[in-house]
Design a protein. Structure first.
Length: 207
């Protein structure tokens, strides 16, 4: 924020740096031997043969996100900055402070996801989550978020994530080569963006 570098560039650079630190620190080895209270406890609690805790967290966070985005000043500022950061700054919105808060929340949720993954699988490795960035972008775009900013919803992102996971599960169930996943997800992103742009042009034409 202080250097006024585009968030996408900082995200990619930071991801490479932190993954490199994790790799150097662990020498590329997986880390296990965590307390059983974590690996066999809350996050992996079984109810009726299923592990509902991750799903409960996802739904709860989506509900909280929807409330914040729709009914709080912070949420309105978020959409305003996403739509036009310069206009938001001229409107008196504390752009820098709001972006720092957004990055902090994103980091907190990423840490929570990592903790749930650790609790579920019982071990971690420096390559954990590799390739998730494409899934995240695909989930957001398929869920209705605009790459140009200013539009989207927490529930849409959640549903987009569910769709991407259904695609992955469908590939496995149908016995399709898993290498086709990237092709299918990439096509889903392109189609979603094309539909979004067509919708924007249609809306602009009616206006």
């Amino acid at each position: 924020v202080g250097l006024r570098v585009h968030p996408f560039i900082v995200t990619l650079g930071g991801m490479a740096i932190y993954r490199g630190i994790a790799f150097v620190t662990t020498q590329g080895q997986s880390i296990g031997d965590f307390p059983s209270a974590l690996t066999l406890g809350f996050f992996k609690k079984s109810v009726g043969g299923v592990n509902p805790v991750p799903m409960i967290f996802m739904v709860a966070i989506a509900v909280a996100g929807a409330i914040v985005l729709r009914h709080t000043v912070f949420g309105r500022r978020t959409f305003a900055i996403g739509g036009n950061e310069t206009a938001g700054r001229y409107a008196g919105i504390p752009v820098g402070r709001t972006k720092i808060m957004l990055f902090t929340v994103a980091g907190l949720l990423a840490g929570l996801a990592a903790l749930m993954r650790l609790g579920y699988y019982g071990a971690v490795a420096s390559d954990a989550g590799q390739g998730y960035e494409l899934d995240v972008i695909a989930a957001a775009v398929v869920g209705g978020a605009s790459l140009s900013g200013g539009r989207g919803s927490a529930f849409g992102a959640m549903l987009g994530a569910v769709v991407i996971q259904l695609i992955e599960n469908g590939i496995v169930v149908l016995g399709i080569d898993s290498n086709y996943k990237l092709i299918i997800v990439g096509m889903a992103i392109v189609i979603a963006v094309v539909v979004d742009q067509a919708k924007q042009r249609l809306t602009a034409g009616r206006g």
